[in-house]
Write a protein that binds this ligand. Structure first.
Ligand SMILES: NC(=O)C1=CN([C@@H]2O[C@H](COP(=O)(O)OP(=O)(O)OC[C@H]3O[C@@H](n4cnc5c(N)ncnc54)[C@H](O)[C@@H]3O)[C@@H](O)[C@H]2O)C=CC1
Ligand SMILES: NCC(=O)COP(=O)(O)O
Length: 347
C-alpha cells in the first residue's frame, strides 16, 4: 500500500557539520511546500541545527525529538542522535566532526534498514575526516552495500540522463584489474532491473563506454575492449538485453549519442561524473541503486571553501529528496504489480 505523501518519512544524515550539508538541508525545507510532500527527520542534534539555522539567518521551525516514535508529520523533525555540543569551524578538516557525520549516517542507515524511515537522503561527508578504526569505507555507497541487501551501484541521475559506474571509489591505476565480464554483466543486470522497477522503463536500452582511448581501436590502444567488454556485451545482447557498445567515451556525450539510451555504464568514476556534472548543472543526484532500500544524495561534496557563507545552492539536495520520493512510489507500484501480475487473456 502506497503511503500518503506527508506520511513518507525521509531520513536525512547530516554529513560533515563543517561543510555545506546542513545549509542545503535547511534551505530545502525552508520552503513549506516540501512538508506537503514528505516528513523529514534530520539525524543530528536539535541545538546544533538550531545554531546553524540562526547563523545562516534561515527561517524554519524545528521539532526536536529523542526517539523516532516521536516524529510529528508535516514538521522538520530533528532526532537527537547525540546530546553533547560539538565544536564547529566552517571549512575545517576535523576528524571529531567526521565521527559525528558517521554517527548520524550509521543511525540513519539502521532506521532505514528497520523501516523506521522510508528513504534516506545523505548530506555530503568528507571522505578523509570520516576514516577511523570503526569506519573504513571510502563513502556512503560502500557502507550501504555492506549493511543492506543487494549489490550497490552508483547511478547518477538528472532527468533522463542516467550514468552508472562499473567501478567507483578505486584508484585509477587499479581500474583495469577490476574489469571482468562477470562484473560487467552484474552491473548491467542491476541497471536494467533499476530502470524497470525504479524508473518504470520496461525494456531499457543501455550503452557501455570503452575504457581506452578510442575504445581501444581494435586492440591497438589497450585490449580490455577486445578481451572483456565486447564479449560481455555480445553475450548480454544475445540473451535479449538491449546492451550496446563499447563506445569511445570522448565523443559520446558531445555528439549527443547518450540521448538514445536509458542509461550509460561508465568504466570508472571520472569517466562518468565529468560529463554528468557538466550536463546536469548542479541539479544532479547520486542514487545508490541495486539495494533493498532507497538512498539518494546531492552530487556535490562538502564544499568547505564556501561553508557557512550562506551561498551554497540547494537545488541538488532538493532534487535528491524528489528522486527518493519518486523511486519510493515507483518501486511500491512495481512490487504491487509484480506480486499480482495481470493474467494474459485466454482465447
Ligand atoms: N556524497 C558525498 O558525501 C560526497 C562527498 N564528497 C567529498 O566532499 C569533499 C570535497 O570534494 P570536492 O571534490 O571539492 O567537491 P565539492 O562538490 O565539495 O566542490 C567542488 C566545487 O563545487 C562547488 N560546490 C559544490 N557544491 C556546491 C553547492 N551546493 N553550491 C555552490 N557551489 C558548490 C565548491 O565550492 C567547489 O568549487 C571530498 O572529501 C569528497 O570526497 C564529494 C562528493 C560527494
Ligand atoms: N562522486 C560521488 C561520491 O563521491 C559520493 O560517494 P558516496 O559517498 O555516495 O559513496
Amino acid at each position: 500500500m502506497v503511503k500518503k505523501a506527508e506520511n513518507i518519512i525521509v531520513g536525512i544524515s547530516i554529513g560533515d557539520l563543517n561543510g555545506i550539508g546542513p545549509e542545503v538541508i535547511l534551505k530545502t525545507f525552508e520552503d513549506n511546500r516540501m512538508l506537503e510532500l514528505c516528513t523529514p527527520v534530520i539525524f543530528a542534534n536539535v541545538k546544533i541545527i538550531s545554531f546553524l539555522k540562526k547563523n545562516l539567518a534561515l527561517d524554519s521551525s524545528l521539532h526536536g525529538i529523542d526517539s523516532l516514535e516521536q516524529i510529528v508529520l508535516g514538521k522538520i523533525n530533528v532526532l537527537n542522535v547525540w546530546k553533547e555540543g560539538v565544536n564547529l569551524e566552517f571549512g575545517k578538516n576535523d576528524d571529531v566532526v567526521g565521527k559525528y557525520a558517521i554517527k548520524s549516517f550509521a543511525t540513519a542507515t539502521k532506521a532505514l534498514k528497520d523501516k523506521q524511515v522510508d528513504v534516506l537522503v545523505t548530506a555530503p561527508i568528507n571522505k578523509y575526516n570520516i576514516q577511523s578504526e570503526d569506519f573504513k569505507f571510502p563513502g556512503h555507497t560502500d557502507y550501504l552495500d555492506k549493511e543492506l541487501s543487494g549489490n550497490a551501484l552508483m547511478l547518477m541521475v538528472h532527468d533522463k540522463l542516467r550514468v552508472g559506474l562499473l567501478t567507483d571509489h578505486i584508484p585509477v591505476n587499479e581500474i583495469s584489474n577490476y574489469l571482468t565480464e562477470e562484473l560487467l554483466e552484474r552491473k548491467v543486470g542491476t541497471i536494467v532491473k533499476t530502470l524497470q522497477q525504479d524508473f518504470g522503463i520496461s525494456k531499457p536500452k543501455v550503452a557501455i563506454l570503452g575504457l581506452n582511448p578510442h575504445s581501444g581501436d581494435n586492440g591497438v590502444i589497450g585490449d580490455e575492449e577486445e578481451k572483456v567488454i565486447k564479449p560481455a556485451v555480445k553475450k548480454m545482447f544475445d540473451l535479449g538485453q538491449l546492451v550496446f557498445g563499447p563506445y569511445a567515451s570522448d565523443s559520446f556525450f558531445g555528439s549527443l549519442q547518450y540521448e538514445k539510451y536509458d542509461a550509460i555504464l561508465a568504466m570508472y568514476h571520472d569517466q562518468g561524473l565529468i560529463p554528468f556534472k557538466t550536463l546536469s548543472f548542479g541539479n544532479g543526484v547520486n542514487y545508490t541503486a541495486g539495494l533493498n532500500r532507497i538512498r539518494t544524495s546531492p552530487d556535490h561534496g562538502t564544499a568547505f571553501e564556501i561553508a557557512g557563507k550562506g551561498i551554497a545552492k540547494h537545488d541538488s539536495f532538493k532534487e535528491a529528496v524528489y528522486l527518493a520520493l519518486d523511486i519510493y512510489k515507483k518501486r511500491n507500484e512495481y512490487q504491487e504489480l509484480t506480486k499480482k501480475p495481470l493474467k494474459a487473456k485466454q482465447n
